[in-house]
Structure formats: structure tokens, C-alpha cells
Design a protein. Structure first.
Length: 56
């Protein structure tokens, strides 16, 4: 389930300018801490670093 959530978060991070916490809520994570932990485990980057690297 977390894989699907993170995949959707990746899409949102690169296609929207929503704050990271709003992305986390939209994909179904209960807290920003939990989202950050799972996201880092799967991508080896924080959500913000991922967004910055995807844009540049």
C-alpha cells in the first residue's frame, strides 16, 4: 500500500506546487513524519529534495 502512496506522491511533487504536507494528506498518510520516513526509505531522498531535483 505504501508503494502506491509514494508513487502518487512522486507524481504530485513533480506536477503540483502543493505543500509537502498537503501531498502527504492527499495520498493517505496520517502524519508528515510517517510520510517522510516511508518516502525516504523508498526513494533515498526527502520529499522536498526529490521535488528540487526533479524540477532542475
Amino acid at each position: 500500500m505504501n508503494l502506491v502512496r509514494v508513487q502518487e506522491a512522486l507524481r504530485l511533487l513533480t506536477t503540483t506546487k502543493l505543500k509537502v504536507i498537503l501531498n502527504a494528506e492527499q495520498v493517505g498518510f496520517g502524519s508528515l513524519v510517517q510520510f517522510g520516513h516511508v518516502f525516504r526509505q523508498m526513494t533515498k531522498k526527502s520529499p522536498l529534495r526529490y521535488r528540487q531535483s526533479a524540477i532542475t
